[in-house]
Design a protein around this ligand. Structure first.
Ligand SMILES: [Zn+2]
Length: 137
């Protein structure tokens, strides 16, 4: 069965920005899937031409965590596909716990009925306090 590898992962692979086991898995997939090699070549050609995707730019500038506003737009899918792919990559592949907690918080707020924000608001804050990891200074 072919391994599914996203473009964002291939780019991270080129940057050697993935955990060891995932690097090895992609290396193995590249040996078996010529189309993946072709995708990798295409990324390299584009890089040689000086064109960088948003994800690459972010990685290069080491802006790893999306803002809360961006996470909100991600939840509503109100951003371009490349941006969505980058945040998904950050959450699922990089496994950022801070952003996952942030996203979960936003998701719950969006599910909150609009007619009772005050009554539930306080209870909500109390139940969430202490579960979110503290942001490093
Ligand atoms: Zn993050």
């Amino acid at each position: 069965m072919p391994t599914t590898i996203s473009l964002a992962e291939l780019e991270a692979y080129l940057d050697e920005a993935l955990p060891g086991p995932r690097m090895a898995a992609i290396e193995a997939a590249l040996r078996q899937q010529p189309d993946l090699v072709e995708q990798l070549r295409a990324i390299n050609r584009r890089r040689d031409a000086g064109v960088h995707s948003l994800g690459e730019v972010w990685r290069r500038q080491r802006i790893s965590c999306p803002t809360r506003e961006e996470l909100g737009r991600y939840l509503m899918q109100a951003m371009d596909e490349e941006h969505i792919a980058f945040i998904r990559f950050h959450l699922e592949t990089s496994g950022c716990r801070f952003c996952s907690a942030n996203l979960e918080d936003l998701r719950r707020r969006m599910e909150e009925p609009l007619d009772e924000p005050y009554r539930r608001g306080k209870k909500y804050c109390e139940s969430t306090a202490g579960h979110l990891p503290k942001k490093k200074p």
